[in-house]
Write a protein that binds this ligand. Structure first.
Ligand code: THU
Length: 161
């Protein structure tokens, strides 16, 4: 029997103003896109902004549905749109901002498991890590170096032979 330990490092910034100019402007785009979220059921609005290798920005926000599982998270709306519009162009980073109509979200919200799996597919395909920037509507910002770190022991296409 062997024991394995998995850990990862990420950066914690006190607030958005501590970020580099590039990261800050990407997060600002996520904040703006959050405002167009369609979240009448949860009142939890999420915005995502994807920066591509070719300099293009692609946005997403959560789109809910009266049949709850038919809705989609902001992160997947964004990366699927990026994949559809710019196939084969690597994703450098994704910024995510969450806010609620019911309370002040003052801490980062990390992507759900389904979004981690979807993001992981793009990261593996492009063989280059995707940076994640996570924020609520204010407060600390987490910068995580890769999706792989956030989805340890993830399933991938190497199992599909
Ligand atoms: N949501 C996202 O958009 N991203 C996440 O990573 C977590 C959750 C959305 C889905 C749903 O519309 C609302 O937040 C509440 O779960």
């Amino acid at each position: 029997m062997r024991k394995h330990h998995i850990a990862f490092d990420f950066l914690v910034f006190d607030n958005i103003n501590e970020l580099s100019a590039e990261d800050k402007s990407l997060m600002k785009v996520a904040v703006e896109s959050r405002k167009n979220a369609y979240a009448p059921y949860s009142n939890f609005c999420v915005g995502a902004a994807v920066l591509l290798e070719n300099g293009e920005l692609v946005i997403g926000n959560n789109q809910e549905n009266a049949s709850y599982p038919s809705g989609l998270c902001a992160e997947r709306v964004a990366v699927f749109q990026a994949g559809a519009k710019y196939p084969g162009v690597a994703i450098i980073a994704i910024a995510i901002s969450a806010a609620s109509k019911n309370y002040v979200v003052d801490r980062p919200a990390a992507p759900c498991g389904n979004c981690r799996q979807s993001l992981s597919e793009y990261e593996l395909r492009q063989r280059r890590p995707i940076n994640l920037l996570l924020m609520g509507e204010k407060g600390e910002v987490f910068k995580c170096p890769s999706i792989a770190d956030m989805l340890p022991l993830g399933f991938n296409n190497s199992y599909l032979k």
